[in-house]
Structures are given as structure tokens and as C-alpha cells.
Design a protein around this ligand. Sequence first.
Ligand code: M6R
Length: 611
Amino acid sequence: MCGIVGYTGNKAAVPVLVNGLKRLEYRGYDSAGLAIDTPTGILVEKAKGKVSELTKLLAEHQEDSPIHKSQAGIAHTRWATHGPPTTENAHPHASSRIALVHNGIIENYKSLKGKLEAQGYNFLSQTDTEVLALLVDSHYDGDLFQALSSALKEVEGTFGVACMAKDEPGVLIVARRGSPIVLGVGENETIVASDASAIIKHTRQAIYLDDNDIAKIKGGDIDIRSLDAGVVSREASEIDWSPDAAEKGGYEHYMLKEIFEQPDAIKNTIRGRMDAERGTSMLGGLGLTPREIVDIQRLVIVGCGTSLNAGMVGEFATEDFAGLAAEVEQAAEFRYRNPIINSKDLVLAISQSGETADTLAAVREATEKGALVAGLVNVVGSTIARETGRGVYLHAGPEISVASTKAFTCQVATLLMVALKFARSRRMSVEQGRRFVQEIESLPGLVKQVLAKDKQIAEVAARYVQYERMFFIGRGYLYPVAMEGALKLKEISYIHAEAYHAAELKHGPIALLEDTMPVVALALEGPGKEKTIGNIKECSARNARVLGIITEGDEEAKSEVDDYIEIPACRLHAAVIPATVALQLFSYHVARLRGCPIDQPRNLAKSVTVE
Ligand code: M6R
């Protein structure tokens, strides 16, 4: 959830580190710090708040001072787990000899701390990371690689870690277990990061460490070993997106940019995967033979947050079109409730980042239970993509905004392709398949039509800015849309938004309705619409203002609501995507008018790598 950057090479380290931190700030942003190798020792600077607070401190050092000349250092941007966001708790944590930054959680930190205190170590922070730093120091006798290896053997938990020692100038030691570390391979230089977006400005050649890898790096020399065995070989791969993709490109926020990227992102998701003639999809990455596809008896979809909401659409479409039993599970519960899983199940793990701890744990549990396990992931080379070894990449490009937008619509597009694949191998005719292919191919155009209404949606949003609570309701395919709409609104505007199945309203939530509680009702043409219109009447009767997401030209629906956003007519499994885009824009404009920090909402991090 935090971000790590490291540099060793022949350039000034500070600008590389600060630039990398800014790129990673979306991962966590309650404090930031760096440690720099200087001729007189390791210099540490840390600041509470955003990276800009750290840069103010760095500006206090003269331009020709050792900190600015140094060619090696490590840096970190934090999302608090142990201890509040203070300067003391910010990383790096250091002794007089070593400095260290860490992502993950050291689960046995209490017992290790007791042991270190007995050896005379004093602690300045409340973090588990300081325990790791001092544990490394306790093993240090001039060889940092050995010291970190020995320390990590005592550690239970997860880590992505980078450290340096005063007596080993220019050397960085990095290791990972459960928290990603990627090495950007440059000419006589290496950039270490927890996420490729911090290295893309310098090089596209990336080496992704595997769990239990530990590496010694100096300039361009990289020596990777395994904590369990000896030397290991890790090939560099090319990052397939450009530095521009990770910039705002003239938009006020990454979120808005990513909302507007959706037509192209969906095109990239479906490119080369549609077979119009045979009316089916081609998903070679799933690595399933036609026989295996027919033999699968159940699709189990796991994910968290937005990915979970997308998964619900996949569940509905798979049952609806393929007649294949499907269920969606919260990844966080999957391994704890001991699910019944067998070799005829395909478990599909959905994750934008490919690093979400709960989803990864579900992948491991399903693998243990002998299921076929596939990933539906955006970040190439991420842990879930590698551990599943089969799946479908979204190709949505980097998603920087904490609020997920294009990942959701590309996940849904992919799940529709998965449903089509199963449907054609079961009960769907070629003609029906061709229609389905056309519907998937029409998605970028449908999204464009909604984006063209941005100004109108902003005007509607202005009428909802003052409310502090809101309901979202929907049925069938539109229920996950209500869930995703409420999630978007609450995370970026801090309005208390809750989604309910429209039929559930009468079973309790309706008690909360009054004129201070507006309702966003998904009432598109299709099965269930008339019943939702009935629910809208019930809301209006309780003086709740109603915003309808309705089908273009539906005069009946217009007459029932106070405000509306129109969506082009299409069947509901396809309408999920344009309807969600409308709610993304609605949430964005409400949050913007409320003056919220849209790309970095409080308390959140882009990638949730702790349980
Ligand atoms: O990277 P993942 O898709 O696994 O992330 C899952 C959730 O943490 C994520 O979708 C989260 O809910 C978003 N902030 C929602 O906008």
C-alpha cells in the first residue's frame, strides 16, 4: 500500500527518488521520507503529509550539498498500518549504520522487538518497520546482504524491502515476500520500485522479483539470489505502456483522465479477442482446451471492492447466457469460510493491481483445493498474474487514481467475453453469439455517447452537492452498477452512499428516506424496469429527491424522477458499462464541487497489500 523507490547509479539520486515518490504517491500518502548515501554517512529526511512536504525539507539543503550530489538512496511514501501518520513513524527507519524502507506487515514484530530491547536497542517509532531495521542492524557485521538475509529468516509476515549501509556506499539490498519489488534496468544504473510507474521515466526494462528473492545492486550490477536457495535467474521484460500513459495529459485529475480513456481502454481489452464469424471470443490466455471449457461445472469469481462489483456482472452474465453455475465471493472471506471447491471449478480472481492481499490469498486457497485458477488482472507481471499463470490481461493501461474507473469497465467487458466463451460451448447459437459479439464491440461507442454528456452530468451533480447521505438502487444487472456508483461516490466525495437492491428498500432502508436523503435509481429499459419505477414512486412519496439513470427517450421514466441522465438504449448486460460511466462522472463532479482531493481520498491506498 506504501511506495518504495531506490536508486544506485551515476546520476544524482534525489531527483530520481522524488520523481518516483510522486509517481507512487497514489499508493499511500500520509508521510514520505528518504535516506541518502553521503561521504559522512546516511542522511535521512522525513516529513508528515504529502511528498511536497518532503521536497520543502530537501530544498533547505544547498544545491551543492552532499545530499544533492549523492548517487544512491532509498525513499518511501507511507500508508499507515502500525502507528499513526507522524514524522517519527515515516520511513526510512535507521540505526547509526543502516537505513531501511518496507512495505507489508511484520506479524511477529512484538516478539522481535522484545528481543531487540533486551539487547539494548531503543525504538523511536511505533512501527513494525523499525523493528525490521534494527533487526537487520543486530545481524550486521559489514555485509548488508547477509544481515538482511539473516533478519528475514526470523520474520513472519510480508515484505517488500530496500536497505542500505553506511559502510557499503552505492549498494542497495532489496527483497520481497508478498509485496512487489521491480528493478528498472538502466545503463550503469538501477531503479528499484514497488511499482513500475516509478521507473518507466528511466527505463522500460524491468525485472520483477519473485517471493523470497533477495538482490544486491550496485549501479548496473544486479545479483539476485533466493532466501531459500542460491543464485536465481530472473529475465528482464519490457513494460508495455509509455511514460505519457502515467501523466495527467491536461486533465485536472487522473480520475477524469481515466474516465475519458475508457473508449480506448475497452478497445484495447477486446482487441484481437472477438471472432465475429463464429460468434465467440478468443481468450487464449485462459489456457483451456474446448474439452476443459465444456467440463467446467462452476465459475467462482473472487475480488475486492470495484473488482468484486465487476465480478457480480460476470456471475449474472455467465448464468444468464451460458447456463453455467456461477457465484461471486468476497476474496477476504474465501479462505476463512472453507469453501467447497474442486477440480471442475474455474476460480477467476479479478484484480486491477494484481497485488490485493485478500485476492491473492483466495488464489492460493483455490489452488490448494485443486481448482483451475485464472487471473483477470490489469498490471502485467503482478503477483496474481504470475501465480495464476493463466488468465486475461485487461490492457487498460496504468490506473493511477485511487478510485477505480477504467479497470471496472474493462473487467466487465472481459467478463462478458468469458460468459460468451462458455455460452457458445454450451447453449448459445452462432446467431446469438454474433449478436453478443456486436454488443461487446459497440461498448466503446456507447461510452463515448455518455462522455459527450459530461457537461450535463456536471449540472445534475451540482444539485446533489449539499447532501450528506444518498441511496443507490438497482435490480438485476443494474444492482452491481448501483453498488459501484455508491462506492465511487463515498470514496471520493465522503458522502455516505449505500447501495441496495431496489426490492430490498422496503425491507428496512426505506425508514431512512426523507428530503435529506436523495436516491439514485437505475431504471433502464429492460427486465425489472417497471418494478424499479414502482420503487421510485415509493421514494418520491417519502420526499426523497430522485436522480434516474434512464434509457434515452424514455418519457415515462423521465416523468417519475426529479433529475435524469440518459443512457443509449442497449440490452442490460451491455448497459452496465455506459450506466457506470455516467455514475463515475456524477461522483467525480460532486466530489470536485465539494473540493475533495479526488485522486487521493483520505485513508485510502490504491493497492491494498495487507489483509
Ligand atoms: O487492485 P484491485 O482491483 O484488487 O483492488 C481492489 C479494491 O481495493 C479496489 O477496487 C478499490 O475498491 C477501489 N479503490 C475502488 O475504487
